[in-house]
Write a protein that binds this ligand. Sequence first.
Ligand code: AMP
Length: 192
Amino acid sequence: MENLRLVILGRQGSGKGTQCMRLSESYGTIHISTGDILRAAVETQTELGKKAKLIMDAGDLVPDEIINGIVAERIEMKDVLENGFILDGYPRTSAQAQALEGELLSKGLSLDLAINLEVPVDEVTQRMLDRSRADDTEEAITRRLEIYENETAPLLKWFEERNNLVVVDGLGTEDKVFSRLQNVVNGVINGK
Ligand code: AMP
């Protein structure tokens, strides 16, 4: 089994959650979704959950210090150190990207690849309206897409500058997209 360390970027509604789960099953890599961690905290009404709920409902970002702490703790757990990770929904800001780089460096680790699952704005808007999740109000969707363009899209350049970015077309059937992702990940494994 390969110890892969991947980041998946993509607009909300790009299908990255589903694809990350499939990649995790196929490669034995641990799927870390900051959105899932936060939703679980909201569900169980922890202190974090109480703080995060309003922010998430509005489609805003939970503060970097909080998210960075959650991820730093998770990536040093035994299962992740042994099996690697697929980060889904993190990093979302340049402060988060820097924190991740610092955390990995301090452990003598590095990222194998950031994959941008590219789906155009019109398509993701429709998909999010169709899935009708509790936090998917039209205002929140618009707000999240705006934040993505302003805060997260600049990270594409950041990873590109580190020769660490691949763009994968996220249009088409789930299987088709998955096989594109497998090709990319297999390439990483073969290059190790
Ligand atoms: P997601 O499931 O990735 O779309 O995340 C759902 C919501 O959780 C987002 O709209 C944010 O409010 C919050 N969230 C998830 N990941 C992050 C992150 N890396 N930084 C800040 N907020 C986040």
